[in-house]
Design a protein around this ligand. Structure first.
Ligand SMILES: CC(C)(COP(=O)(O)OP(=O)(O)OC[C@H]1O[C@@H](n2cnc3c(N)ncnc32)[C@H](O)[C@@H]1OP(=O)(O)O)[C@@H](O)C(=O)NCCC(=O)NCCS
Length: 260
């Protein structure tokens, strides 16, 4: 996307995806224009001539480390679970590899089960860090002023990816007996944190639709934020890893030194 009309259409799409009536969108048209004209990647997905998805990323030369990588800033699909996001990411990968850019980084909200599955399993990203309140509270139609904790991830685009790279591609690979619960959902939908024993394999559950929980019960949503932050930070800070995510909403984690 390179023209003002295309950026305006991208702005309107963001309003539909994030439920924003007035005020600015996450990445306004003039910022998309700057990203595109500074050599970044701004692309749209069309269905029957209508814009149904957008992807915007900056090409970064890190001033301190001198690494060149893609910083993914925005991905949005108007219709969920129709493969639009995946198509946009495959397009992004091709674009990068043609320019010899081999790694991408971005962040996502670890409470959003769909995004965790999409990035960890469908794309096969590796988790670099858990970052509490990355942007400060975001008051849009999806985040509803919740704290903006994020997982920072990297996508190695020049190796084998997607489901083959990640050992735990879904329900079939998840045997609850093998993964001790560290965080589970109680019968009223509340988070239940379990004491961490000496287990090497642990599972952390998240609600299947945190956006609905935020709308219906913001206090409950905040308790999920705190509980997941506590559990994931503890494992990652101790040298453990996130090795998978199941379609039924469970992070799979291994302790430091455990082979997945
Ligand atoms: C994140 C987003 C871009 C993904 O795009 P998409 O077109 O919906 O993604 P896809 O259809 O390619 O894949 C979604 C996958 O999630 C799975 N999924 C859906 N709901 C899920 C849930 N609650 N838990 C786990 N996985 C889920 C789907 O089954 C699908 O996997 P499959 O193809 O193996 O069946 C899109 O959902 C979106 O725009 N969300 C709102 C904005 C946003 O959060 N952007 C990302 C910011 S980091």
């Amino acid at each position: 996307m390179t023209t003002p009309a295309e950026f305006e259409a991208a702005d309107r799409l963001q309003r539909r995806v994030w439920g924003i009536d007035t005020g600015s969108t996450p990445v306004p048209g003039e910022v998309l224009n700057a990203v595109s004209h500074s050599g970044g990647y701004v692309a749209g997905a069309l269905a029957d001539g209508h814009l149904v998805g957008i992807s915007a990323s900056l090409v970064a030369l890190h001033a301190d480390t001198r690494e060149v990588f893609l910083w993914g800033h925005m991905l949005a699909a108007e219709h969920r679970d129709a493969g639009i996001g995946h198509a946009l990411m495959l397009g992004l990968r091709t674009w990068c590899l043609e320019r010899r850019i081999t790694s991408a980084r971005w962040t996502f909200d670890p409470l959003v089960s769909r995004n965790a599955y999409f990035y960890l399993v469908k794309l096969g990203v590796d988790v670099l860090a858990y970052v509490p309140d990355f942007y400060g509270p975001l008051d849009d139609g999806v985040n509803l002023a919740d704290e903006s904790d994020r997982l920072l991830v990297t996508w190695p685009m020049d190796s084998c990816h997607d489901r083959e790279r990640t050992g735990y591609a879904g329900n079939t690979a998840y045997d609850p007996g093998e993964w001790r619960p560290l965080l589970s959902i109680d019968e009223r939908g509340r988070p239940k944190v379990h004491p961490r024993g000496g287990d090497n394999r642990m599972a952390c559950a998240v609600p299947l639709d945190i956006e609905a929980v935020r709308r219906q019960d913001p206090v409950l949503a905040r308790s999920w934020r705190r509980a997941l932050r506590e559990c994931l930070s503890e494992v990652l800070d101790g040298g453990g890893r996130i090795v998978g995510f199941t379609r039924c909403g469970q992070y799979l984690l291994t302790a430091r030194g455990t082979l997945a």
